[in-house]
Design a protein around this ligand. Structure first.
Ligand SMILES: [Zn+2]
Length: 152
């Protein structure tokens, strides 16, 4: 991404809007060199990305569904919608660069967890408990204890 005014490479997104009907994302950016603002439009090519559920049923990857799932799990945490959008952007990019177009829900869950862990530890645990990533209640409790120990 180059600034159209000074051709600087470093820009910052100041506003982002998705148009779900057209699939176009509009980003308002600010150049970090000259501070001028400009708008970019991004359109994701229709990609076929499938998700294999625990029941081995195959479904199309649904970004909104994933977003709702994360937001529901971490709703009491100070994590903004923007942060969640960025987290999913990052995952989507990873998924698009894979050779296979089928991914297991558990793999996506792990990708979310890895990222949430860096953002908010409690949010990470909340999401983990929803996604049943822990094999047992015991394992979940261990993780909680571990978290408490670390925060002291
Ligand atoms: Zn510039």
């Amino acid at each position: 991404m180059f600034c159209p005014y000074c051709h600087g490479e470093e820009t910052r997104v100041v506003d982002k809007r998705d148009n779900n009907d057209t699939g176009v994302t509009r980003r308002r950016r600010e150049c970090l060199s000259c501070r001028k603002r400009f708008t970019t439009y991004e359109r994701i090519e229709t990609i076929c990305l499938n998700v294999e559920k625990r029941s081995s049923k195959i479904e199309e990857f649904d970004r909104e569904k994933l977003k709702k799932g994360i937001m529901k799990a971490v709703k009491k945490r100070p994590i903004t919608e923007n942060t969640i959008d960025e987290l999913i952007d990052d995952i989507e990019l990873k998924l698009l660069n894979r050779k296979s177009n089928i991914i297991k829900t558990s793999e996506i869950g792990k990708m979310v967890l890895t990222r949430l862990k860096k953002i908010d530890k409690v949010g990470y645990l909340l999401f983990a408990s929803v996604y049943n990533d822990f094999n047992s209640i015991n394992e979940f409790e261990q993780a909680l204890i571990h978290l408490k120990d670390n925060s002291n």
